[in-house]
Design a protein around this ligand. Structure first.
Ligand code: 3PG
Length: 215
């Protein structure tokens, strides 16, 4: 695996973030995630201030892996990179965006959920794909079924993952890391419940360590 894939895999969970008040909350959120042992974030372009959030989180925690999610256009790739994004996540598989990121040398994780998507991802030379929306698309059973013809992929499932099923997902050897908003919900962020976010991160990290045999 390349360095970014390795780094994300080592952390094991990727908070999926929608920040409504980046100026107010981005730095505090970055600090909370790092304090909780989860120095990575997918900051989604679903919120208007996503680029600002990426910039402020990266400034607060320069070693943190802050990436952009829900990226829909190459213009948003540029916006994300200018703000300091270290990786790009898309909800679906758009070969144009994947090739654009590859040409710029930035890791990209497109959402895949079918054999057709995996086949296209294979042609694009990807090693890790996002599996989205994981629970709604068939969950672990589908991930396992797809890994039979496509054993070359590591998978980052996102969608419907929580502390309840995190262990099951991480126990599957094809899983690189699990994405989710459960530790960074709108309620937690908008009400600045940083201690709860830290605790949810720590609980997640404990599960990662337990599954991987070093906790
Ligand atoms: C995503 O964009 O990856 C998902 O919306 C996150 O899904 P979740 O909120 O169910 O964790």
């Amino acid at each position: 695996m390349n360095a970014m894939n390795e780094a994300i895999s080592n952390i094991g969970v990727v908070p999926v973030i929608k920040l409504n008040h980046p100026e107010r909350d981005a730095a505090a959120l970055a600090n909370a995630l790092c304090e909780g042992g989860v120095p990575v974030a997918e900051v989604t372009f679903r919120a208007a201030g996503a680029a600002t959030a990426i910039k402020l989180m990266s400034q607060a925690q320069p070693d943190m892996l802050v990436g952009a999610g829900t990226v829909l256009t190459t213009g948003q790739v540029d916006e994300a990179l200018a703000a300091g994004a270290k990786f790009i996540v898309t909800s679906g598989l758009d070969p144009d965006i994947v090739k654009y990121c590859q040409a710029k040398g930035v890791p990209v994780y497109p959402g895949c959920s079918s054999a057709t998507d995996y086949h296209t991802a294979f042609k694009l030379g990807l090693e890790v794909v996002k599996f989205f929306p994981a629970e709604q698309c068939g969950g672990l059973a589908k991930i396992k079924a797809l890994s039979a013809p496509f054993p070359m992929f590591k998978v980052m499932p996102t969608g419907g993952i929580s502390l309840k099923n995190l262990k099951d997902y991480l126990s599957c050897p094809v899983i690189c890391a699990c994405g989710g908003s459960y530790m960074v919900t709108a309620d937690l962020i908008d009400n600045q419940k940083w201690d709860e976010i830290i605790n949810l991160c720590r609980e997640s990290v404990a599960i990662v360590k337990q599954v991987r045999g070093n906790g």
